[in-house]
Design a protein around this ligand. Structure first.
Ligand code: B12
Ligand code: SF4
Ligand code: SF4
Length: 281
């Protein structure tokens, strides 16, 4: 890796370590969660804004025509920085045992964890802007939108839910990991965590994608099928969006003002690493 990129990764990691939102504050903490650290250090992946893979995301079977290319978000776009923030062992462990109830730490990971990502991407933007480089964070851009369409009757996926900037697809393009049966993106640090990204006008050497297949890292062990309380995942059909979303709507009522689930991402062989093929948890 070139020295410039190494220094950039060191700087960005340092920026993350200064994010106050990575620790749950007393005034927002659910019982037992005060001082909880949500994420471990990020891992990064880089891609060229002109990578032809981004054009393929406009195909309806991948994301759809609503997907906006990096240059549609930021006309001067040169590179895309994608990152994965693995949940700490404390967050992951908390959601493993109870098959139906979502742990307070996981709920914090969903809500305060996303707020921490917003803080992190905001600080990354300041870092680049101080150096005269233009940036865009689609996740916090007013143009960000999610489109939902009903698939033809009999399609096991139920709905096609597609945002105009899908963090998992960006991470896939940037060499961070591949999709899996439960539809998460498995990185070398597993599936339990969250993704984010920043588009910049600076040229940064892209990373290679160390895979060739969309679902390469998934062992198809079926553990997520057994874990899902909504019966939303099958080995034959993958994840049914309608069932998952309906379950999530119930969780919004049960845990208001928070929500979340992630049973398919904890207590499974892909929780914190690439699963070994042929092994069950
Ligand atoms: C809408 C949404 C939801 C919806 C729909 C989920 C979904 N999978 O689309 C609901 C409410 C159900 C949901 C639930 C959850 N979500 Co959600 N959600 C999103 C959101 C906002 C947009 C998703 C999106 O745009 N999908 C786009 C569609 C097209 O994706 P897709 O259908 O899965 O894509 C398939 C096709 O592209 C196909 N394909 C076909 N041909 C080809 C060719 C190529 C080259 C490729 C690459 C792919 C491909 O492969 C893909 C996988 O099957 C993202 C944030 C973001 N902006 O990205 C978070 C996000 C996906 N959610 C996330 C999480 C963590 C969750 C939950 C665990 C909730 C929680 N925190 O407790 C659950 C997990 C559900 C699950 N098993 O996936 C994380 C995923 C982290 C990870 N490790 O993968 C994200 C990325 C948020 C984040 N910032 O990290 N979510
Ligand atoms: S639990 Fe097994 S089948 Fe499910 S996503 Fe992980 S590796 Fe794939
Ligand atoms: S988030 Fe929950 S309901 Fe949705 S697929 Fe995963 S385990 Fe099932």
């Amino acid at each position: 890796m070139d020295a410039r990129k190494e220094r950039l990764i060191r700087d960005l990691t340092g920026i993350f370590r200064n994010c106050e939102g990575n620790t749950v504050r007393a005034e927002e903490a659910m019982p037992g969660c005060e001082g909880l650290v949500i994420f471990e250090d990020p891992i990064f992946g880089f891609s060229s804004a002109a990578d032809p893979i981004y054009l393929t995301f406009k195909r309806e079977e991948v994301i759809g025509s609503n997907f906006l290319l990096p240059a549609e978000w930021l006309p001067e776009a040169r590179s895309v920085i994608s990152f994965f923030l693995p949940f700490t062992e404390a967050v992951r462990r908390s959601n493993r045992d109870d098959p139906e109830n979502i742990s307070p730490a996981w709920l914090h990971g969903r809500i305060e964890g996303q707020a921490c990502i917003t803080e992190f991407t905001g600080r990354i933007e300041n870092y680049f802007r101080d150096r005269g480089i233009r940036t865009c964070v689609p996740a916090t851009d007013p143009r960000f939108a999610v489109r939902t369409s009903v698939l033809p009757e009999g399609d096991p996926k139920g709905l096609h839910i597609a945002s105009n900037w899908s963090e998992r697809h960006i991470a896939f393009a940037s060499g961070l990991g591949t999709f899996c049966l439960s539809r998460g993106l498995i990185s070398v640090r597993g599936v339990a965590g969250r993704y984010g990204s920043v588009i910049v006008s600076e040229e940064i050497a892209p990373d290679e994608r160390p895979y060739s297949e969309v679902y390469e890292y998934c062992s198809r062990c079926g553990a997520c099928v057994r874990r899902c309380p909504a019966g939303a995942i099958t080995l034959e059909g993958g994840k049914n969006q309608t069932k998952c979303r309906q379950w999530m709507d119930q969780m919004k009522i049960r845990y208001s003002p928070r929500y979340g689930c992630g049973k398919c991402q904890t207590g499974v062989p892909c929780e914190s690493g690439i699963p070994e093929k042929g092994k069950q948890r």
